[in-house]
Structures are given as C-alpha cells and as structure tokens.
Design a protein around this ligand. Structure first.
Ligand SMILES: [Zn+2]
Length: 421
C-alpha cells in the first residue's frame, strides 16, 4: 500500500540496529550490508525508520545471501504497513469495542492525530484486526492460561439476528471471565443444531478441566432441551435481562397506550401559537398605523400600555405551549421509568399551574389573553384525568418544563400593573 506523504511532513528519525549479530549459519560477526527506509504513522506522529540490515561477510556462507532485519522493526509495525501497531490497535479497538463507523474512525484519526487514511485502507486494517482477534480468541493455550485460577464456570447461550431474515448468530459466552467462547451462524436453528453448540461448549469445558456450575439463557425450547441433554445435573437459570424484559412488556404496552390517550386530549398547540403570533404582528402594525379598527378584542386592557401587558401575557402562553410540547415529546425511559407516567405527572403540574393563574385573575372582569388562551389549552384536559394516576413518590426527571413559579410571578406582575391602570 503506497502511501503519499505531504512534502512538508516532519518525521521523527528512528534508527534500528540488529542486536544479535552472530551469523546463524557459521557464527561469524555479521556486517551492515544495506539500509531500509520506511515511513509510518504512529500515535506520537510520523516516523521515519532507518533499518540497518546485516549479513554474513563470508560469500560462501548461507548467511551471506540472507539479510537480517533489526529485531525491533516488527514490534513497531508489520512489513509494508503505513501505520504502526499502536495506530492499528487504536483503529481495531474503536471498531470492535466502541462500534464506531469507518467514517467516524477516519475523522477522529484525522482530528486527534493528523493521520490521514482512506476508508478502504481503514477497512483493510479492520479486517486484519478481526482475523488476529479471532485467532487469539481461539488459541487454546491462551484460553487455558486465562482459566488457570478459575474453579467453576458459568455458561450462557443466546441467539441474535443482526438483520431480519438473515441467519441467527448463536453465541456461547463464559460469564466469570466475561469471554465469548465461540459464535456460529445457524441457518436453521433446529434443536439438534443448538444441541451441537452446547455439546461443543461441553468439550471446551472438559478440555479446560472445569466444572460448569450454571447455565443462563432466555430459556427458549431448544436451549432447555439441549442443556438438559448435555448437562443433566447443571442448573439452568433465566437471564436477568430477558426476565425483566418479559415482565416489563405489559407495563410498557399499558404506558404507551396511556401516552396515546393523553396526546389525543392535549392538542391544538400550534393553532394557539399561530393565533398569538398573528395577533402580535397585528399589534405591531396597529401601533405603527394607529388604526383602532385593527385592535384585537381580547387585548382590551388599561389605556396606558395595553401592548406591553398583552406581550407579557402572550409570552407566558407561548411558554406554556413550549412546555406542553416538550412534555408530549418526551419519550425517554424504560419500564423502570415509564415515560407515560412522567407525562401524566407533568401535565397535571401544568394544569394546576394554569388553574392557579386563573384563580389569581378571579374578580378581574376584564378578559385577559392568558385566561382566554389558557382556557383553550386546558379545555379538553379538564374533562378527564389521565388513565394512570401519577404517583407522588415518582422522582421528577423532567427538566424542560419552565418553573411554574416564574410563570405565575410574571403573571402576578401583569395583574398588579392592570390594577394600577
Ligand atoms: Zn555466516
């Protein structure tokens, strides 16, 4: 892979010598016969390697025709690579552990290390990384070393379908060392095929001479029968994650249904906002043209500065609209923090806040913008409560909702101003 270096690249110069200079054929001291120049990327910057090549000075010796490279060279980078091991491991780790896409890896390399690699070069390095990783994972000696100090092992099996309609990838993992033992894609996951995988896990455990103390799975039929057949005396437990997920399913369904119901009741935000904005524009043109005909009826207020009061009230209503929209769009949270429950709770807060505003306005016969629009906002909401009553003890996690206090404070100021007028 020829790599094009920019002309102004600043290379660090690393000179490498052969350390063991004894000719392997005749035992004479070898001489430097040539130099190999290499340029490569490291995480510390571009490097120029100067590798001093040695050979035996005796023309008749077999060691004369073969040159020896410095021992250190392959520990810096494999032959003819444009990157060192450190960059290679960095790429492989980002891909395999962090699941970063190739364009993402490419831009991070460029931004953080000023290393410019093409996407196909990165893809090629990733393939090599995967091959090395697989070889290491399958190395029986490395496996034996890892399990030397372990007395009992816990195995799990699960099938996952990376893409719908494709074959299922079955993975057998060992949980005490958090290690994937092996994975196989099965086109037809018959009970017989699955049992073959479980028998393979048994072979691994036997070769390691370890006792399997527990099996964990989602307990699909093929796993239950296969494990019972191959490991008759080993307990087989439900995986926590699957257990919780199965348990949570009806909860999430009910929660999602409640959300739909609430969204159906609280609607028309856009209409309210559009009307308010239209009215504000009308106000501006009114003050410019001073045309009494253009005054909007709901804006009847004290003679000194009706626009000011209306504007403040309008902005309060717009803030309410924004808050309610935020509440309706908040979909975060799993079965342990159902979003529907939070939505019901937040809507109730809005409802109460608006009610407090309306109560403050009581006795004031003048129609205010807030009262009109707040009525519109809560129109349907007042008629029924959410199907799930919000629990007071549930912790509040909703943050986009503006503090009711500040809204009421703003409204109180408006009220004060009106009474002066
Ligand atoms: Zn020799």
């Amino acid at each position: 892979m020829p790599y094009k270096w920019p002309a102004d690249t600043d290379f660090a110069l690393w000179e490498l010598d052969v350390i063991d200079r004894v000719c392997p054929a005749c035992g004479r001291m070898m001489y430097i016969c040539d130099h190999r120049y290499r340029r490569l990327h490291t995480l510390d910057g571009p490097v120029q390697l100067v590798c001093k090549l040695n050979h035996c000075p005796d023309r008749l010796c077999a060691g004369h025709a073969r040159t020896k490279s410095p021992e250190l060279e392959v520990t810096i980078a494999p032959p003819s690579w444009a990157i060192g091991w450190d960059v290679f491991c960095w790429i492989g780790h980002r891909r395999c552990s962090r699941h970063m896409s190739i364009p993402h890896i490419q831009s991070e390399l460029q931004d953080d290390y000023a290393i410019k690699l093409s996407d196909d070069a990165i893809a090629k390095y990733i393939r090599r990384y995967q091959v090395m990783l697989a070889a290491r994972q399958q190395d029986p000696e490395a496996l034996r070393r890892q399990y030397e100090s372990v007395s009992e092992i816990i195995l799990s099996i699960d099938g996952l379908q990376p893409e719908k309609g494709h074959e299922t990838l079955y993975v057998v993992r060992e949980l005490t060392q958090k290690r994937v033992w092996f994975a196989e894609a099965l086109i037809s996951a018959t009970a017989h095929e699955v049992q073959r995988l479980i028998a393979k896990a048994k072979d691994w455990a036997t070769s390691l001479n370890k006792t399997v103390s527990l099996w964990i799975s989602d307990k699909q039929d093929a796993f239950v029968t296969g494990i019972a057949a191959e490991f008759p005396d080993v307990p087989h437990r439900y995986c926590d994650n699957h257990f919780l997920r199965d348990l949570a399913k009806p909860v999430l369904e009910a929660d999602s249904h409640a959300k739909v119901q609430m969204r159906r009741k609280v609607r028309g935000l856009r209409k309210i906002e559009q009307a308010l904005l239209k009215q504000q524009n009308a106000d501006v043109s009114t003050s410019l043209t001073d045309d009494p005909e253009a005054t909007v009826t709901v804006l009847v207020g004290p003679a000194n500065g009706p626009s000011l009061e209306a504007d403040s009230a309008n902005s309060v209503v717009l803030e309410y609209c924004a808050a309610v929209r935020g509440i309706l769009n908040d979909d975060q949270g799993g079965p342990l923090h159902p979003p529907g429950l939070r939505m019901a709770e937040a809507l109730k807060e809005v409802h109460e806040s608006i009610q407090r505003n309306l109560d403050t306005k009581k006795g004031d016969s003048r129609k205010s913008t807030l009262a009109v629009w707040a009525g519109a906002l809560t129109r349907d909401w007042n008629t029924s409560e959410p199907s799930k009553s919000p629990s007071e003890s549930t912790s509040r996690t909703f943050t986009r909702w503006p503090q009711p206090l500040s809204l009421e404070g703003g409204d109180a100021r408006i009220a004060k101003r009106s009474s002066k007028g």
